[in-house]
Design a protein around this ligand. Structure first.
Ligand code: GLP
Length: 244
């Protein structure tokens, strides 16, 4: 789906999420959302907060699982995705804090495998992800699944590519402050979501969107693996779609 602006594309995704939340509410069920961070989804969260405040959208039945987090990082650090989620969404809606799950930058490193396996188990116990939203890195990463990530990967500790550390350096005081590691849901974890929206805005994303959508499926462009998912929509603005 190609929209004239980031705003229109974001409102489209927010309304799709709201419709899913309301449908599950009507059925007396939980709605399980997979959430992303970075600059791309901010307008989606702003629209969800608006729908909560002005149109009574309740998050009481919503369970969330975030894609990723730097490692290690304090939950209150300015760059932490934990803090980002509280500031962009959770502090402004009626979600029950017990229903919020985010890979934790404070997990002890020697027990990280156990915590990652538990994270995947929690997603399964919640019934799997109903709607997953994704951004995309310039190198094709989804979550922090860097090029070369296996189609069968699950939640795990990963070494960030230098290109990712450079792309994200603006969030930190300088490149040396950017963590070298992150915890990310795996590609397999993401591919199990029933519905996926990948968003990309602006001309910088145009080359990688062309590769992900039109070229062969390859683990070198993790987002291209979404071609094998049966309910994924790429939501783009005109500029991100320019090379299609
Ligand atoms: C970050 C995040 C991803 C995000 C991507 C794009 O490193 N780990 O989840 O989708 O890179 O970020 P942005 O939306 O700021 O372009």
């Amino acid at each position: 789906r190609i929209f004239d602006s980031l705003k229109l594309g974001s409102v489209f995704i927010a309304r799709e999420i709201a419709a899913q939340i309301r449908q599950k509410q009507a059925e007396g069920k939980h709605c399980v959302l997979g959430l992303a961070t970075g600059s791309s989804p901010k307008t989606i969260y702003a629209e969800l907060v608006r729908l909560h405040r002005e149109e009574g959208l309740s998050f009481a039945n919503v369970i969330t699982f975030n894609l990723d987090e730097y490692f290690p990082i304090d939950n209150d650090a300015l760059q932490s995705y934990n803090r980002y989620m509280r500031e962009q969404l959770f502090n402004h809606v009626d979600i029950d804090p017990v229903n919020i799950h985010i890979p934790n930058g404070e997990w002890p490193k020697d027990a990280i495998k156990k915590f990652c396996a538990e994270y995947d188990n929690l997603i399964e116990q919640a019934g799997g992800i109903d709607v997953q939203i994704l951004g995309i890195g310039n190198n094709g990463h989804i979550g922090f699944n860097e090029p070369g990530s296996s189609r069968f990967s699950r939640t795990r500790l990963i070494t960030l590519d230098n290109s990712t550390r450079i792309a994200n350096a603006y969030e930190f005081t300088n490149i040396s402050q950017v963590p070298r590691l992150a915890v990310t849901m795996g590609i397999d974890t993401i591919m199990k979501a029933r519905k996926i929206y990948l968003m990309a805005w602006g001309p910088m994303k145009a080359p990688v969107i062309q590769k992900a959508v039109e070229e062969h499926v390859t683990e070198q462009i993790p987002a291209s693996i979404l071609q094998q998912h049966n309910d994924t929509v790429f939501v783009l603005d005109q500029m991100a779609a320019a090379e299609l």
